[in-house]
Design a protein around this ligand. Sequence first.
Ligand SMILES: [Ca+2]
Ligand SMILES: [Ca+2]
Length: 447
Amino acid sequence: MLFLLASSFAATLTVGPSGTYPQPCAAIAAAAAGDVIEVEAEGDYAGDSCAWSTDNLTIRGVNGRPTLDGTGAALAQDKGIFVIQAPTATIENLNFIGASVPDANGAGIRHQGTNLIVRDCLFRDNQNGILGSPAEDGTGNVEIVRSEFDHNGAGDGYSHNLYLGHYASVMFRSSWSHRGNVGHLFKSRALRNVILVSRLTDEEGGTASYEIDLPNAGDAWIIGSIVEQVSTTSNNALISYGLEASGMNPIHALHVINSTLVNHHNRGLFLSIGADMETPAEVVNTVLSGPGSLSSQAAAVYTTSWSDADGNPEFVNGSQLDFTLAATSLLIDAGTDPGELGPQSEYVHPANEWPRNLMNAAWDIGAFEYGNEGIPDEIQDTGDTADMGEGDSSEDGGRDSVSTPATDCGCDAGGSAGCGALLAAGTLVRRRRAGGGYPSEATTPGA
Ligand SMILES: [Ca+2]
Ligand SMILES: [Ca+2]
């Protein structure tokens, strides 16, 4: 009995100068299912790399964000810095840098398990930021929150900032993918993809191909997000959907809601939609700014959306990628109520989010609501933070440490006009205040 009890409790293993283990992979090798591994930021972990199949490990950076630098190192299985073959894994607050292998597919994280949660991580100058394919097609949920993907790609067009295979679902939330090296900023073949209050901007120096590539279509939601194509893009389309027949998903429904799409190339195609996609794309409260064609799909439906034909959207500073609205913008209050799927939060740079309040009782077009200061309405109105719990950021306006709304303040199953449909679909999850102040909780079926 005592043995059974002891074995059922997760242990915390410590890594670093004052920890038990010198390197993360030594702790990973020693860990049992369910254990937490805390990695001190101040250690030197260059070249540390391993594969594991131990279930439900959490690897977490503490006292800052530690760096796993794979530059010049031989990486596990010639695949990546972390090669995860466990059913479920959680990776928090780590930098993955410089992964490269002989076949040019080296990844910061190579995922071959089922469920993966990544929070507060950075992937820079790897051949792939994350490269994943589930152990069994059609299973597994990947959730990426508050993470940055910068200048990954081997430059061959086959490696990307982020490339996920045939998972059941992928959630990319309050995250930033930028400066692609020829590959895509986001590529997924999942049955369901949700890109929520995120920023996918190629930016100065980027040469990404597609900013979003969903080659096998699927149930796709781009909500409250910013997508920008730079003049040096390798392909003048921004969002590519359903262009590969092989492996095509059964659902062919693309929804773009309250997003800001900007083309800085001299020509372009905002939505490149495969000819076999019989369901009209739904584009609601979305800005499509810059030259080029809106969509290759004639049947696409635009509801209170805005293109150059409608005039200047009047961003505060579009050339510097500030797509908030000027006071005189005609996009203010010009949207329609997107219902259950309207974004309840806004992207906050870099790689964060805060609540989106409906200002002047009318939706604005695009990813940003004019006048929103990110503080939940309840706080703005009353100054009373008592019912919001700890971690409110009302003092600093929420920009540094995004407040995590209590369940009645944001997007949750019981909230007002929340993201009910996504919640019901098991994609969005209840936002509640966790110990670490995370704005979202992961979906980890069976965990
Ligand atoms: Ca492009
Ligand atoms: Ca408004």
